[in-house]
Design a binder for this molecule. Sequence first.
Ligand code: C2O
Ligand code: CU
Length: 593
Amino acid sequence: MVYGILILADATLAVLALIAAPLAGIRTARRWLYVLAALVTARLAVAGLLLGGSVLLAESRLVVQLPLAVLPVAWALIRPGRTASHVAAGGVLLSVWWLLAPFGPQDTVLVVAGSVVALAAVAAASVGVGRWRTSGSRASGLPWLAAFAVLIPAVTLAGAERANAAAEGHRHSGQLSVDQLTGPRQGTPGVRLTLTAAHGQVRLASGRVVDGLTLNGSSPGPEIRAARGQLVEVTLVNTDVTEGVTLHWHGVDVPNAEDGVPGVTQDAVAPGQRHVYRFVPGREGTFWYHTHRDGAVNVQRGLFGALVIGPAGGTTVFTHAWPGDIAAFGRSDGPERRAATGEQLVRLINSSEDPQVVRVGGAPFRVTALDGNAIPGATPLAAGTALPLAAGGRYDITFTVPDGPVTLALDGSPDVALAFSPGGTADPVAPGDGERFDPIAYGSGPAPAGGGYQRTFDLRLDDGFGFSQGRFSYVTSLINGRLYPAVPTLEVTRGDRVKVRIANRGMIDHPFHLHGHRVRVLSRDGDPVTGSPWWTDTLNIGSGQTYELEFRADNPGIWMDHCHNFRHGANGMILHLAYVGVTTPYSSDHAPE
Ligand code: C2O
Ligand code: CU
């Protein structure tokens, strides 16, 4: 939170600098230099404070952006002059540019070299024009034209470099094909069903009808229930979804070939075709399935459902956003009543692209599992507590129904609420404003031993300019300054212990989801986890947040690691985790998600 505010403050200072710099350059008046100096000093202070969150938040500012501004401005103050003012203004502009066009550490040398060349060109142009002007002509705008003429190639160069990295960052070579990494091909399944994807209307509780996509005629699709260790066989049939369909078993660490990622683990299933998935779930918990082709549209339109591993029981509630931004609990887009007595288990699943907050009122409750991982020592939370769900994330909650209703309310839409009461006659009651649930200090139990990492990776998430689908545009989806497929693959060997630092340097949430593995949170913004071990598969990384995670590389394959806001994914917020030696026969020209 605090670091998110600092990021916003820095952006504000940068915008002010963007306005002040041209004035300082054109007027070459000392007071404008003081303004620049003040803004740059303030940015420096903010960068220092960001270090408290993590080095990743501050490094590009401290190593590149601020030196580019501070040094020329200081020089102009010490040795005043026209050229010094021009260079100072140019340095400040460049420094802001590199905030807007974020880069990863791999590009630092190029960025610094390009910037120094640009500033030298500004100095040369300024001196040249100065001589020309003393000889009689007036062309005070020229240094600026020249500066931008140099800036643009510098920027393009950096951009081109990113685009070129596409091929090189994205090679998988080896002898083991993902096709060989299947679930059991032999054996009679304990759970067997066919899911048929087709266009269809989805009727919401209010009577509104969504032009949707269904599985076996409904959306959400059928809830799949299986016991741990049971062989599950699902045949996906596509009737008429032209973009193609796959099924991804979100949160279940299936063998790679069963993972449902088009272009990586299979081809998308075209209309008239089918695909069989077979896997044995290894852990109990609340999971879900969804298509992985054009997820931004097709999950929203309905190609998803619940997958519950473990004993029977519990009510599954999706927080969903239907096309047209209709917020709902499943198909309930208004208040709903349900008869219930005694102890209740509710499985909350966020199938929308955005974080959702569910408030629980009317009784104390416990969060007994997060992303399908039981939380030992789950203590009661006060009625009114808000549960923030990452896009794709899940919570299991339990409560005992008193005489009055227990209300689950969707924060984003105060009218979407579900009331559990003995008889089912009570209407939902506003839950009131309680605290926000935070897993970092919830539950108890010994943390597994950390350390001994064979691999460590740093991921920097940024908003900024980048090449997306062949166009240079502003996106919110950069990873280490790049977009898929130019984001370098994380390479691991089976058995590795892996540590990942992930920092959100941008201004919006990124729910990160690693396929095929569950990860354990070690710390957030430097604060260690003090509750029960925090296992997750979909972690919302808010603006300014830095998480340290670890996982064991125990499931060979080529795996997606991506933002579960599918629009960000489609823009390129995806990378792969690949085991050395594994290769894929699949490829795709389609949008990456
Ligand atoms: Cu739930 Cu790659 O997704
Ligand atoms: Cu995102």
